[in-house]
Design a protein around this ligand. Sequence first.
Ligand code: ADP
Length: 355
Amino acid sequence: MSVDGTSATTMILDSKSGETLGRPFLYNESCPDALPIVKSIAPENHTVCLGSSTLCKLVSWWNSSDTDKGSVVLMHQADWLLWLLHGKLGISDYNNALKVGYDPELESYPSWLLSQPYSNALPSVIAPGKPIGHLKEDITQKHGFSNDCVVCTGTTDSIAAFLAARATQPGKAVTSLGSTLAIKLLSTRRIEDARYGVYSHRLDDKWLVGGASNTGGAVLRQIFTDEQLEKLSKQIDPSEASPLDYYPLQTAGERFPVADPNMMPRLLPRPESDVQYLHGILESIARIEGKAYSLLKGMGATPVEEVFTAGGGSKNEKWIKIRERVLGVPVSRAIQTEAAYGAALLALKGMEGNI
Ligand code: ADP
């Protein structure tokens, strides 16, 4: 059994009783009070140097809570759920622990973190998909699981979704076309740049490089209904390049592949034909996707060779063809994209030694 959870959703518990010492911090919550402190201790552009990082949440709690701090442990959402299943408090995996500052290359917390007063609250970390222990007896009996059911370390939601697509070779990538556009590329080299929100998760001996743009399906939904999207898309000729050049955003600000907090959405001029308009928007998003993969290559990642697609936009066959032309690599819809499927593969790996 294994579990994935939203990365940077953070819980702080009493390490003896397991009781929560405050409300959970949600993944997208920002702790601006802690950011200057974190920036002063971490290397420049480190993944923790974001107000929503797990480390900012820990520092913010540490500096504002008047709870006794003698026995405190930090757990991510997946760690906590797994703890309910196996009963050993304070265990995490190196995917979830990345945003608290764990170094998956050195397989330890860095010295700048270990010298902090809250270092005792950091969970111990092992690889994702490693057996932790047997399922607790009461749960086994109550729900009728087999007595040899083993609970393995988990991972984050987005990594589990990537694992589901079974893109196991360097150069294989998954683009998620949901409300936003997120890309994940398997690379032999680790790359990081907090300016673009680019960071790498370790997957055994490879690196899963990721970045997320603010463009994506949410903008499409502001202009067209899903039914219109389907009808209009059918009339697009994907072999023709659209001359329309947009930068579809819901609100001002972009992070990746252009780091510009003031970037304005560009969705004009709107041609009379809705088919042409949609073609221009889909093609513009494809160009942003292409730029994203080029940026990762420029930063030193393995060049993209094949793209699988997840999310609501993946069902649009015409868009897949447009993207194939713009990206210059094969693009297809991923067969499996549910994070739960990826977590199940991780559990399988825990039992068999490989996926
Ligand atoms: P979320 O990120 O919210 O989980 P989903 O993966 O459910 O998003 O995808 C929803 C998005 O898919 C919507 O924003 C919508 O614009 C987009 N979408 C739905 N149908 C189509 C289509 N036929 N072509 C392109 N995009 C589509």
